[in-house]
Ligand binder design. Sequence first.
Ligand SMILES: Cc1cc2nc3c(=O)[nH]c(=O)nc-3n(C[C@H](O)[C@H](O)[C@H](O)COP(=O)(O)OP(=O)(O)OC[C@H]3O[C@@H](n4cnc5c(N)ncnc54)[C@H](O)[C@@H]3O)c2cc1C
Length: 508
Amino acid sequence: MVDYDDVIVGGGSAGIALATRLTENSSRRVLLIEAGPDPHGVVDDDRLGDQMRFSSTLTHWGIDATFMPGSALNYPQGRRTGGGSAVNGAFAVRGIRDDYDRWAAAAGDEWSWPHMLRVLCRLESDQDFGGDSHGTSGPVPIVRWRRDELLPMQQAFLAAVNAKGIPWMDDMNAPDASGIGAIPMNRQNGLRMSTALTYLPLARDRENLTIWPGIEVTRVILAQGRATGVEFVRDGQVERVQGARIILSAGALQSPSLLMRSGIGPSGHLAEMGIECRVALSGVGENLMDHQGTAVFLVPREGLAPTDDRVCQLGARYSSSSGLAVDDMWLSMWSSWELAEFPDMQAALGVPAISAVIAGVHDPLSRGTVRLRSSDPSVRPAVDFAMLSHPDDMSRLVEGLQVAMELASSSEMASLYRGIGLLDVASINDRDVLEAYIKSTVGGWYHATGTCRMGSDPDAGAVVDGHLRVFGVDGLHVVDASVMPTVVRAPTNMTSIAIGERAAELLG
Ligand SMILES: Cc1cc2nc3c(=O)[nH]c(=O)nc-3n(C[C@H](O)[C@H](O)[C@H](O)COP(=O)(O)OP(=O)(O)OC[C@H]3O[C@@H](n4cnc5c(N)ncnc54)[C@H](O)[C@@H]3O)c2cc1C
């Protein structure tokens, strides 16, 4: 007799959505294990209550990531019920139809647009749009700034983007939406509405859901080709709990780490770590992606910085000239960006906060890795995004930076700021200067994905199949952002929650 039908490791965006849906069946006994605290829906930390400031200090995992060779920066990941959704920027943007159709081509029709649209609708309660492509009664409230609520800086950005031929779009979450529009947000009364505040209250009191906060799982227990439970340390003692199904929802950096520590992964790497290889799966920890961005930093004129949380109201999806994919690029405008956590930049620019025109590649071709540094679970993994390692990403980011420079120096925007920091717009056609600038400023947007990717062929790097079953192990699933074969052309939270919703349908 097992302890639980389902043991879910990680109560973040996907894990909580999955636990909530699975426990609608009162006969399923589900255990949700979360490494961080469970504040029971109470917003107990100012920074969690402030939608636009990332809680990168109190809730991070102590993981440094390499973007470019030689650099290592803190890469925050949520560590509490809600996971990333409890600490993120609350941009609630869906991927576009083509993102999910790519997944279907890689992993099967289970992930095609009609299925994903259904779950994207089910998760939301859109306050602005209804009809066939929106949900109005799901757990997550979605709102957008109205045109008359745009700050002068954002209005000027909009006018400059329009002047470049990128049109206004009413609804960024409409299928195939392209252009510039208000960024949908999962917020209510100034709070980011995480899965801990939206889904978990629906399930918390169910007798068939048990939540263990403050427990960090160290590995999956395997016996005769099957996952039978997980191991963790409590009060200094190694303990185990059994489950008929073990589901890893620990996020794109921790789920592959857990698999590798359990002996599931690239055999050579496991041997280097002194871990017995139980199932050789070359794709575990490969295919790491994030969006890759740079920015033109502006020193704003007095009185133009926002006094409230209208920091980033607009975003633009558009296509690069590369012809590689539609809407492969993103632009946005940060009205104010506090530099307290970036002392080097603060020293270089001499101001406590700046504005920024952000440019990024939303459909990257570069791929990085998550690797163990040690078999000791307290040693955090090595995370290398290998940004710009694909030449087409550098070319597209150069082009994106040129667009951002043109916007910043346009007549619509020029009156907003006192100067441009770190970059001379006269260099706009000097590719060497732009590449050097990009190499020193490129960063990810905390959208780590892809490290346990779904697909049909484990020999070609797939880790889970279209039903999210780990190849070569019975009773083991991965359900989180790590299963995305390609990162969506959008921030990743809505899609991660949708993966939890879809997994509940597929796992039953
Ligand atoms: C600072 C920041 C800003 C972001 N901004 C946005 C945004 O504005 N919009 C957007 O769409 N996306 C944003 N994202 C990305 C988005 O939040 C993530 O893609 C999404 O939350 C991933 O969901 P997940 O379920 O895969 O993992 P997570 O939500 O990270 O959940 C994983 C959970 O597992 C737990 N866990 C990990 N390992 C263990 C273990 N060994 N034992 C027990 N528990 C464990 C973690 O504590 C965590 O709670 C942001 C992310 C961050 C970190």
